[in-house]
Write a protein that binds this ligand. Structure first.
Ligand code: KIV
Length: 301
């Protein structure tokens, strides 16, 4: 693929320290770009760990990328907890954020705290993320932070409520909408969020809002002015069919490679070139002779 960048060296830093909230704040202070990627299982978590990312989001996008739902709306809390536990088992150093699924935090502060606690206690997440900066989301963020669990906010395009936003499209493209997003980000910061995701908003809007935000901002389709960037694992590696959103940059075409590998296996099975002798196990000639004799006399079966 012509747009695919050449491969970079994987940092082999066995002594890398685990990411913590103070280290994250320090990265923002120093202007060091923060790298976040989604992961949903052990292999994707291992790839994130080995690549040396700062933050891993066990995103509810896993509803679509690994569970095959048409959107993030349908996925159940217990399904995401399974994915979060698998992700946790693959990580040592990145800070792990679990995404609260739609319907698992909106009803009451108590529901939100109970759900957040499950991500921390049952799945070993370091923090949780929730979507939206309206009154309900801000109240839930404040409640969860009050219970001692770090919360990442998320404004702009919030897929769980994309129907109410008019569809899966960029947000903040009018002055009124951009002002709403700025107000929401400030409200989430004031509620105690340790970081905020800006999704699918004009780069110029991010740039204008950034001086007001003291916590790290991670962008996805929000331009370069933010403190860090996140992409969905399956998008950046080309494991998902289709082109994806404008902000997606593909660094590999793994679905094509996976399909080619399976097709090659199917071909080899069908033309009997697999398995070859080196894929089989041997038995000592005497043992085999004995076994055949036993079978013939009825002792071996
Ligand atoms: O679930 C997800 O993948 C997300 C990212 C797009 C930020 O929320």
């Amino acid at each position: 693929m012509s747009t695919m960048p050449t491969h970079v060296q994987i940092p082999a830093d066995a002594s890398r320290l685990p990411m913590t909230l103070p280290r994250l704040i320090e990265k923002k202070r120093l202007g060091e770009p923060i790298v976040m990627v989604t992961a949903y299982d052990h292999p994707s978590a291992r790839a994130a760990e080995i690549a040396g990312v700062d933050l891993v989001l066990m995103g509810d996008s896993g509803a679509m990328t690994v569970l095959g739902y048409p959107s993030t709306v349908q996925v159940e809390l217990d399904e995401l907890l399974v994915l979060a536990r698998a992700t946790r088992r693959g990580l040592q150093t990145p800070f792990l954020v679990g995404d609260l699924p739609f319907g698992s935090y909106e009803v009451s502060d108590e529901q939100a705290i109970t759900t957040a606690l499950r991500f921390v206690k049952e799945a070993g997440c370091d923090a949780v993320k929730l979507e939206g900066g309206g009154a309900t989301s801000v109240a839930r963020a404040r409640a969860i932070v009050g219970a001692g669990i770090p919360v990442m906010g998320h404004v702009g395009l919030t897929p769980q409520t994309s129907t109410a936003l008019g569809g899966y499209k960029a947000q903040g493209r009018s002055a009124a909408e951009a002002s709403r997003i700025a107000r929401e980000a400030l409200a989430l910061q004031e509620a105690g969020c340790f970081a905020i995701v800006f999704e699918a908003i004009p780069s110029a809007v991010s740039e204008a809002v950034m001086p007001l935000i003291e916590v790290p901002v991670i962008g996805i389709g929000a331009g370069p002015a933010v403190d860090g960037q996140v992409l969905v694992f399956h998008d950046l590696l080309g494991i998902r069919e289709g082109l994806g959103a404008r902000f997606v940059k593909r660094y590999a075409s793994l679905l094509d490679e996976m399909a080619a590998g399976v097709a090659a296996f199917a071909h080899d099975v069908r033309d009997r070139s697999y398995p070859a002798p080196e894929h089989g196990y041997s038995i000592d000639a005497e043992e085999l002779e004995q076994f055949r004799a036993d079978l013939a006399t009825g002792d071996g079966a």
